[in-house]
Design a protein around this ligand. Sequence first.
Ligand code: ATP
Length: 406
Amino acid sequence: MDGIIEIKNVVKTYKLYDKPLERLKEALSFTHKIYHKEFKALNGISLKVNKGDAIGILGKNGSGKSTLLKLITGVLSPTSGTIEVRGKISAILELGAGFNPEYSGKENIYLNGLMMGYTREEIDQRMNDIISFADIGDFIEQPVKIYSSGMFARLAFAVSINVEPDILIVDEALAVGDVRFQTKCIDKMKELKSQGTTILFVSHATEQVKRFCNNAIWLKDGVIQATGESSEIVDLYEDFMKYSTEYKSGKETQLEQSVLESPQIDFVKPDDPTILASITNVKLNKERFKTFDELIVEVEYEVYEDIIDDLLLGVAIYTPDREYIFGPNTHLEKIDIPNTLGRHKVQYIIPSLPLLGGTFCIDVGIFNNEGIVCLSYKESAKEFVITNKYISEGLVYMKHRWEVIQ
Ligand SMILES: Nc1ncnc2c1ncn2[C@@H]1O[C@H](COP(=O)(O)OP(=O)(O)OP(=O)(O)O)[C@@H](O)[C@H]1O
């Protein structure tokens, strides 16, 4: 089936001038001298949106979100590439766009409705719904130039969602309303969604995107960095914003290559007699997980003494900013590990990872004397990412139940 919006290889270039005068100089130049630099706000965007999709658009300031939405609504045209839209769009892009400041709220409702192709009679039929949704009292008869930004948002929203669009575009408009109004808008957007309206939704409130949208795209420097199920993309995006970890492809490997990059050489005792043991390799079963997946950390280590008493292995999980989450060791759990001369491998297995979304690091250490003397320690030996469907909020999923008492 064809998408309701199809974008193919779209580039949008802006001309940047160092001084405003240079724009004029360029326009008047007989020799066609170029005074501008070119800046690609969008660089090769391809996207297909299906009818009934609710798509969240994520990206930090300047990543190209508004430019993309303006291209879809036709306010801007692309420098190259094609955009096809099959349906009536209602958009709240910038508050105030499409409103005449001198007109009253009511007159602006007519203005907007007519611009969307409705007749006066059709607008009259919807007028009461729009006014009651906006809920700004007598201000509806006042010129909108005296409105607060909150009132403006109410009116703009009321108009946009009461005109039965095929595609509703909401760019950060909710942020200005109060919580009660936001709830009302989300409820109305849900209603539209259930009736098959396609929704494009830009919000810095990523939880809203997670809850409301089925899919999301993450724009970075004018290109689509990742696209997919909304809560997975939100997790990746939030991680990037917190830790600047680059998105890695979701390819799952059997046991991936060690970060320690030690080549597989024969076991050789080091010359340095103070080195009693050493961690030589750490592998994970994959680098991207979902909550409740099995995590396997395989630790390879070498012992250079005939025997090391009380040898213990610890594996710890941290957040990238070194918040300690969990760190058991073989001594505490009375597990014997090989402690004689040679190379050994031990697996640490969490059958069902309770961690919710995010990036995590694994430290690995071998010790003796109940963990007091460290023989070898690898900080952040491996890193893994957890992305999920929206199942809960917080850091870990705890077993729980609910009971209704009354
Ligand atoms: N008319 C313009 N002329 C020149 N550059 C522009 C113009 N409009 C936008 N840009 C630049 O294009 C880039 C993308 O801007 P855009 O407004 O699409 O980003 P955004 O993701 O919506 O940002 P924000 O979250 O701050 O609204 C930015 O670097 C911006 O400075």
